[in-house]
Design a binder for this molecule. Structure first.
Ligand code: ADP
Length: 446
């Protein structure tokens, strides 16, 4: 562990620390951020009503729209001259939001990233190939300083120029790669396509995040890159990457939320009422220690659940993998659908790669979902495909038609929806070029 004492702090001590930090925070933002003074007054809450973390639910939420309304610096609690850095969110769902950091904030940012990288298997002395985008996005620079803090040497490649990534990975013998899972797939795909030998690389760990991904992609990457792959989660408004991290050896049990700094809640999407551990809802964070631009109960819009695992040494709560963003949820013939639910199904088929896209359209009043999914090179070769194939070929070719049927049934069983499956030839689906990938094409309102 990077900070054993805090990572294993007994829960009652953690609650005490969180309570002290929350009380200070509420007093500070009430005095320094006109938005919070107005909101707390409107909700009839005074800082003296907040005496412990148990009182958190009395506070109003902060929404992304509030941050946009206060653009650029309305949420600052310090003079602009005290800032050390300014970042923006990626702007995946609209205008990017501005976030700012003091020296102290940056130290905490690096500390939680170092904690995360260590939990994922990275060690001082290893090389970190950082293919997260550098610039306004918090990913690249955030991981960079955290890795340096841990004592790694960082190769700041940023995203894109895949051939250069592969050359550097091979020549520098980096042990760790950090990027989006979809970009790791692009790199792995290129390595495979070029027939390169994994033995010429030295990769051991892939620390992947910034977009939802499931075990199907993990399995794919662990074999195609020869790594152990873990999930890192974060968002600019809370600090950046390193808000939570999956630990090596504890894959698929969720990511530890570093709750001495970021207090998580799960609330009902419609009512905002806090939900019990284990229930799925919207993830909300209070930034307990952020100095320049702290947020009370920030509504992330990400859907997941929280739970404690008391059988292990780290005491911090775990969040499940993000199913998707609340506003990315598709409603198909009245049924809710996240693309990750479809992705999970690919895990059961060796014939399929995890490169796919969902295309949603309308026929009359009926929603139609088409899944385009790539087959693997091995499967394609087995069938001796030549120039590509279509659904007509699927009907003609028995193994393809069987696979299409099996997949359709499995997807119907797990999502409750019938979808049209289109198996695509190897290397025919557009890959990520470094950033966050768009897995859904919704043509209904086009
Ligand atoms: P934007 O919200 O514009 O994409 P950010 O770059 O700050 O801005 O990205 C934060 C968002 O990215 C999170 O709210 C979440 O939706 C997504 N995200 C980050 N890490 C993960 C992850 N490991 N799994 C799923 N989604 C993630």
């Amino acid at each position: 562990m990077y900070q054993k004492e805090i990572e294993t702090l007994p829960l009652e001590k953690l609650r005490k620390l969180q309570s002290e930090r929350l009380v200070k925070l509420v007093n500070r933002v009430y005095k320094t951020v006109p938005f919070y003074k107005k909101q707390l007054d409107l909700h009839g809450v005074h800082p003296k009503d907040i005496t412990s973390i148990e009182d958190l639910h009395k506070l109003p939420f902060t929404q992304k729209t509030d941050i946009r309304d206060e653009y650029p610096f309305g949420f600052l609690t310090v003079p602009q001259s005290d800032l050390s850095r300014i970042h923006c969110s990626s702007g995946t769902t609209g205008k990017p939001t501005v976030v700012a950091y003091t020296q102290k904030d940056l130290a905490i940012f690096s500390e939680v990233v170092a904690r995360s990288l260590k939990a994922a298997g990275a060690k001082p002395g290893m090389k970190m190939h950082n293919a997260y985008g550098y610039g306004l996005f918090t990913g690249g620079i955030g991981i960079h300083y955290g890795a340096e803090k841990l004592g790694m040497s960082v190769i700041p490649v940023s995203g894109g120029m895949t051939q250069r990534q592969i050359t550097l990975l091979k020549d520098f013998q980096s042990e760790v790669i950090c990027c989006t899972p979809s970009y790791a797939q692009t790199i792995a795909h290129e390595i495979e396509k070029q027939g390169l030998d994994l033995a010429d690389f030295n990769l051991k760990y892939a620390i992947l995040g910034a977009e939802p991904w499931t075990d199907a992609i993990r399995q794919d990457l662990e074999s195609s890159l020869g790594v152990k792959a873990t999930n890192i989660y974060g968002l600019s408004e809370v600090i950046g990457p390193g808000v939570s991290q999956e630990a090596l050896g504890e894959e698929n049990t969720g990511c530890y939320v570093w709750e001495d700094h970021f207090y998580p809640e799960i609330v009902d999407k419609h009512t905002g009422k806090p939900l019990p551990y284990g229930e799925e809802g919207v993830l909300v964070f209070t930034t307990l220690t952020k100095e320049a631009m702290p947020f009370l109960r920030y509504w992330t819009n990400d859907i997941c659940s929280l739970s404690y695992d008391h059988s292990i040494s780290r005491t911090h709560i775990k969040m499940s993998g993000i199913k998707g963003r609340a506003d990315d949820m598709l409603i198909i013939r009245g049924v809710n659908l996240f693309h990750t639910q479809v992705e999970e199904v690919f895990n059961h088929y060796d014939e399929l790669s995890a490169h796919y896209q969902l295309i949603v359209s309308k026929k009359g009043t009926m929603d139609i979902v088409q899944i385009e999914v790539e087959t693997t090179a091995d499967f394609q070769q087995e069938l001796l495909f030549s120039t590509g194939f279509t659904n007509d070929d699927c009907v003609k070719n028995e193994s393809l038609s069987k696979l299409t049927k099996k997949l359709g049934k499995k997807i119907k069983d797990s999502t409750g929806l019938s979808m049209q499956i289109q198996l695509k030839p190897y290397d025919s689906i557009k890959k990520s070029n470094g950033g966050k990938i768009q897995r859904i094409k919704d043509l209904r309102h086009a």
